[in-house]
Write a protein of this length. Structure first.
Length: 369
């Protein structure tokens, strides 16, 4: 709405609302009713028009500042609502099974970057891992969703359904030669099917049994499943003030593939030293028809990690002066169109001698250490 509309609206208020107020309080404000006679005095008309002009100016100033006020409130209450949506993906890695870090169960810490070249653009497209991604030399040799013929597994219990996994190691290695505590599973399935299998792993597990080197299955205690996207609810954002449930819901709508990760934890003391092959049978309390004939080797992946097009970077310096109180942050002046600021974590101030004076955090930041 432009200023002329504000002016006409306020001029109409003087006539209509003035008449209503005069009718309600006739002894005090009877002369505010301009509808009963026409004012021929040009000075009075100018006074009314000037009043409408000033009121329109104040109203337009308030309306123009509403978006800025709303942005300030959201920035302190729900910062994630103002931040841009970052591109995300799932990468599958092939670690060297002979590497010492892989054998020790070490992985990629959160924030590990991957660069991808896009066409002829000189600036690479950089992605970083969302959470700590464990790497394992374990190879998945078989995966099935079993609903009948449980007798072939030689177990003393019967389940409506079970997930069968066979684990091996390359080059004749044994499980005693490596440290396996977490087994990161990525359910490479459509979202609807993956959600059903995730629900079964998180809620419907009756018992987990292990068979080593083809021996009989035995119950395995202490093994559990976790969804890293829930334990890392903020994902790549350190924003304060957001409700955790709202944040998880926002993450699901934006990055549904990140909810396909399930970590099998507690395997550190399970395997024997001379074990070459491990069969895992995860018995469920009920059978899901959606999973029948849907689980195979392509449905379960190891050594996968979620990544987003977000990374830390020091921006070029901005020079302060006494005339301006707002300054535009430019990550890199030579490539202004290649970067977009997601959030500002910290400011560092330097003097004329290039010496660090002090650092400043966000105004609403709770961590001021």
């Amino acid at each position: 709405m432009d200023f002329l509309d504000y002016y006409r609206e306020n001029l109409g208020y003087l006539r209509t609302l003035g008449a209503e107020f005069a009718a309600e309080f006739p002894k005090i404000a009877a002369r505010l009713d301009l509808s009963s006679f026409e004012c021929q005095d040009p000075y009075v008309e100018r006074l009314l028009e000037g009043t409408a002009f000033l009121a329109a100016r104040v109203q337009k100033k308030q309306d123009d500042g509403y978006l800025r006020l709303l942005e300030s409130v959201l920035n302190s209450v729900a910062p994630d609502a103002l931040q841009p949506v970052v591109s995300g993906a799932v990468v599958e890695m092939q670690p060297d099974p002979a590497a010492d870090g892989v054998k020790k169960g070490e992985g990629l810490p959160a924030g590990t970057t991957f660069d991808a070249q896009v066409g002829t653009v000189n600036t690479p497209c950089r992605f970083s891992t969302v959470w700590d991604a464990p790497l394992t030399p374990v190879v998945l040799a078989d995966a099935r969703y079993v609903t009948r013929d449980m007798a072939e597994f030689k177990i003393d219990a019967s389940y409506p359904a079970a997930l069968y996994l066979r684990l091996t190691l390359p080059n004749g290695r044994k499980f005693g030669d490596i440290a396996v505590s977490d087994l990161p599973l990525f359910l490479n399935l459509p979202e609807s099917t993956a959600s059903v299998l995730t629900r079964q792993l998180m809620l419907d597990v009756d018992r987990i049994s292990l068979s080593e080197n083809g021996e009989d299955f035995e119950p395995c205690g202490g093994v559990r499943f976790e969804m890293p996207v829930l334990s890392n609810g903020t994902l790549f954002s350190d924003a304060k003030g957001n409700l955790n449930g709202l944040r998880v819901w926002q993450n699901f709508l934006t990055y549904p593939a990140f909810f396909k990760f399930v970590f099998m934890k507690g395997l550190g003391t399970v395997f024997k030293k001379n074990t070459e092959t491990v069969d895992i049978l995860i018995g469920f309390k009920r059978r899901e028809p959606e999973l029948v004939n849907e689980i195979d080797l392509s449905a379960v992946k190891l050594n996968c990690a979620p990544v987003v097009n977000l990374f830390k970077k020091r921006s070029d310096r901005a020079f302060l002066d006494k005339e301006n109180y707002e300054f535009h942050i430019v990550p890199e002046r030579t490539s202004t169109r290649d970067y977009e600021v997601y959030s500002v974590r910290r400011l560092e101030f330097f003097n004329e001698k290039n010496e660090t004076m002090f650092s400043a955090a966000n105004f609403y930041d709770e961590d001021l250490s």
